[in-house]
Design a protein around this ligand. Sequence first.
Ligand code: MGP
Length: 216
Amino acid sequence: MATVELETISNCTHSEDEKAVATGEEVVSTEHYIKHPLQNRWALWFFKNDKSKTWQANLRLISKFDTVEDFWALYNHIQLSSNLMSGCDYSLFKDGIEPMWEDERNKQGGRWLITLTKQQRRSDLDKFWLETLLCLIGEAFDDHSDDVCGAVVNIRTKGDKIAIWTTDYENKDAITHIGRVYKERLGVQQKVIIGYQSHADTATKSGSTTKNTFVV
Ligand code: MGP
């Protein structure tokens, strides 16, 4: 196997992917050593419910990544959602957006909420969460991917939840497009309705349910 000068590697940009680098003896395609960049850098957060601390103090940044390879390295290194203790969350958000209602990019936003039955922890939770992660890092929502802030999985005894958070609860076009694509990607049956709720409503709700601003 021929070695490639470090300088050569750092001088190669992604746009040169298809080019090959002549090393004298052998031609090595950049495909073999350039990681595949994602459109955005993402941050994975973990929440552990310690009742002696505030909600925000229980939130911890795990790590950030911006390539396909680093995503899988992280994903394969951490526990599946279904193995987490009740009360824990994972959140994946674009770098620079904190996974909380208070962030500038979330405070006028809301979420598409998938509520799971207790039985679905075994059958659907991990595959739905992985599909959600792939929708995010793969920018699956076409022109409306810019509206996506992140996603959260809540592990709860009463039933787990997965949600995609978007930035503007008034952006009906973006929200409905994201909701339709998301529902299809998860393979949720057409007759099952999922709802979008603003964070403002969620944060101020009095009962156990929040009104849906949109449904698909
Ligand atoms: P939760 O963890 O989103 O859902 O919110 P859970 O545990 O299923 O509870 P439920 O009320 O939806 O049935 C639980 C609590 O955590 C909220 O009532 C808030 O007190 C706090 N919390 C949750 N989030 C997402 C935030 C946030 O973004 N900011 C702040 N300050 N508190 C939050």
